[in-house]
Design a protein around this ligand. Structure first.
Ligand code: GLN
Length: 250
């Protein structure tokens, strides 16, 4: 009888501990969704700042976690799925080099912007494309769901959409398309890795874009915490240091 009782006690204590751990873990984490196919903002590596995930955004996410007293965890998914994952509560915030757009603002709330970028064209070194208008009769590739796709769409050009930036770049290197339209910092990274390619800018055709963190609509408590953290990192130079570190790194 005594044995059974002590066994029961142990079982109850273990169960209580497990339940305790479970709720503590979720209370002490902030889950960021990303699409780790967007260097230098997010990519997969052997030893990243958060597990296998590294990049400017990943370092920012980690720091936000530290500042609000929670452990930042990353959920890697398709870029297209991020807004839905926010809406259904699968993630707390999306950090993915995501440009603030009117359309996205209809389904999520955005933090203060933390980085300014623009769309650029990546072409072969010997390409004659010198401005956006030169793409008219060329074979254009964009990444599905990125703002680059919207830009090319609005210009009224035909294009092909790929799932990953790396696939688009391969297509270009192999001579199967003439131009890839993608965000500036990511383009710089790809061109650095592919010496046969160059960047063509056209600031008349492509407007400046602001990256921000998205949260579920109405989640003001988290948004305020994220904004306070971003403002601090912008003011004390953390974000510009991170940008410099990850754009210069090999
Ligand atoms: N800035 C682009 C967008 O918001 C691309 C972002 C990304 O691929 N991570 O669509």
């Amino acid at each position: 009888m005594k044995k059974v009782l002590s066994l029961l006690t142990v079982m109850i204590m273990t169960a209580a501990m497990l339940v305790g751990c479970g709720s503590d873990a979720s209370a002490n984490t902030i889950k960021f969704g990303t699409n780790a196919e967007f260097p230098p903002f997010e990519f997969v590596t052997t030893n990243g700042v958060i597990g296998e995930f590294d990049g400017i955004d990943m370092a920012i996410a980690k720091e936000i976690g530290t500042q609000i007293g929670k452990e930042a965890v990353i959920e890697n998914m398709e870029f297209d799925s991020l807004l839905i994952a926010l809406q259904n509560g699968q993630i707390d915030a999306a950090i993915a080099g995501m440009t603030i757009t009117e359309e996205r603002k209809e389904s999520v709330d955005f933090s203060n912007p933390y980085y300014t970028a623009t769309q650029v064209m990546i072409v072969k070194k010997d390409s004659t494309i010198a401005k956006a208008g030169d793409m008219a009769d060329k074979k254009i590739v964009v990444i599905q769901g990125y703002t680059g796709e919207t830009c090319v769409q609005d210009m009224g050009y035909q294009y092909e959409a790929f799932k990953k930036g790396t696939e688009a770049i391969l297509e270009l290197s192999n001579g199967k398309c003439d131009v890839v339209v993608i965000d500036s910092a990511t383009a710089q990274k790809y061109v650095k890795d592919n010496p046969d390619l160059k960047i063509v800018e056209d600031s008349d055709a492509f407007e400046a874009e602001e990256y921000a963190i998205a949260v579920k609509k109405g989640n003001t408590e988290l948004l305020n915490q994220i904004n306070a953290s971003i403002d601090k990192m912008l003011a004390d130079g953390t974000i510009s240091e991170l940008a410099a570190k990850y754009t210069e790194a090999e």
